[in-house]
Write a protein that binds this ligand. Structure first.
Ligand code: MG
Length: 380
């Protein structure tokens, strides 16, 4: 089998999420938005898909020349080839671009072999407990504006079945944000509602100083939190070593730091994290994510996967020392997460009443795609 072409189709849909000036998503009025799907075509008619593709011009100029004519089953070779091209194309050839191609290739392989990706990888399980992962704090009435709002939403999440809960707290541009005391107040309010035994996590503002991060860690130790992620800029690994040495609170990272599996190896060696982190989008695909999972396993550490979506979900169903949780969200009192995106016939991560998300057994990434909707809403 040979790759013959890569194409990107764009289509309209109605979104109810808006971005603030710092780029964080919040509920907002319905408005038209554009989604895109990358297709990798082959000479045997088998295709692979990825939703959220970079634009056609980047795919055509940076990817197509290197992978046209390749056997799509040579994922590892293709990934290394593209990774090596990044060195001279730093501004354009992002890890997100690598991720789009890598996930479309995994999807293609599963479709060709009629197997879901977690079984191609060597599966360990078909369901994973999920934690409720909130949107960032806001100033919306009845939203996530106060510690009490987080407590109320936590009560709703318990009712829905989520066994664990992670707060994303307030960040600029919200007035008074960031504020470590307000963060701890929200964490305490959620602990009160979830009770003493539940696993609770915090993802605060990412640019706190060392002393602010330590203050937070000490507060969360008392509240018996399960982990904290990314309270400081991850380019300063020394700051994370400094933090880990002074707190018993598990520190999870690095999440968004560049450098794929190499950065994660350095963090483990330096003692900069207790739980390893990264998602397909941060690392440049499922191929490098599994390398990090195996790296973490070799050090007897868990890898907690960043973000949801089918790539991350299949990885979680194929880990030796499994990441404990699937990150489901981002959730908000005014967002209905149980509605699939209009281009899908079903959710990628349906959750039962006990809080387990169940992996799709359809081939490839397992997405049930509504092609009729896509065709009817194409953008020229
Ligand atoms: Mg995070």
């Amino acid at each position: 089998m040979k790759i013959t072409d890569l194409s990107v189709r764009r289509f309209r849909y109605i979104s109810n999420t808006v971005r603030d000036s710092e780029g964080h998503g919040h509920p907002g009025p319905d408005h038209e938005a554009v989604q895109s799907v990358l297709t990798i075509h082959t000479d045997e008619g088998v295709e692979g898909y990825f939703f959220g593709s970079p634009p056609q011009d980047l795919i055509s100029s940076l990817v197509k020349p290197y992978i046209t004519g390749e056997d799509p089953f040579y994922r590892e070779r293709i990934w290394h080839n593209l990774k090596e091209r990044q060195r001279l194309n730093m501004a354009t050839m992002s890890d997100r671009l690598l991720n789009a191609v890598d996930l479309a290739l995994w999807d293609l392989a599963g479709r060709a072999l009629n197997l879901p990706v977690h079984k191609l990888l060597g599966a360990t399980r078909d369901k994973v407990p999920a934690y409720a992962s909130t949107m960032c704090g806001d100033d919306i009435e009845g939203g996530l504006g106060t510690p009490e709002d987080y407590a109320n939403f936590a009560a709703w999440c318990i009712e829905r079945g989520y066994p664990a809960f992670k707060l994303h707290t307030w960040q600029p541009p919200y007035e008074g944000a960031p504020d470590v005391k307000q963060d701890i107040a929200a964490c305490a309010a959620v602990r009160e509602v979830y009770g003493p035994d539940a696993h609770l996590m915090l993802d605060p503002y990412h640019y706190y100083s060392r002393l602010e991060a330590l203050y937070l860690a000490k507060g969360l130790e008392k509240l018996d939190y399960y982990w904290m992620e990314e309270p400081m800029d991850e380019h300063s690994m020394s700051s994370y070593v400094w933090l880990c040495e002074q707190t018993s609170l598990p520190i999870c990272g690095p999440e968004t730091a560049e450098g794929k599996m190499y950065t994660r190896a350095e963090w483990i060696k330096a003692g900069a994290c207790d739980l390893v982190r990264g998602g397909v989008g941060d690392l440049g695909g499922l191929t490098p994510l599994m390398k990090v999972a195996h790296l973490a396993e070799s050090f007897g550490m868990r890898m907690e996967v960043h973000g949801g979506g089918p790539g991350n979900f299949h990885a979680l169903c194929a880990m030796g020392i499994p990441g404990q949780y699937y990150e489901r969200g981002l959730l908000h009192p005014f967002i209905d997460y149980e509605q699939p995106s209009p281009w899908l016939n079903r959710l990628d991560d349906p959750m039962d009443e006990e809080g387990f998300v169940h992996i799709s057994q359809l081939p490839g990434l397992g997405q049930d795609i509504n092609w009729e909707y896509i065709e009817a809403n194409l953008v020229e």
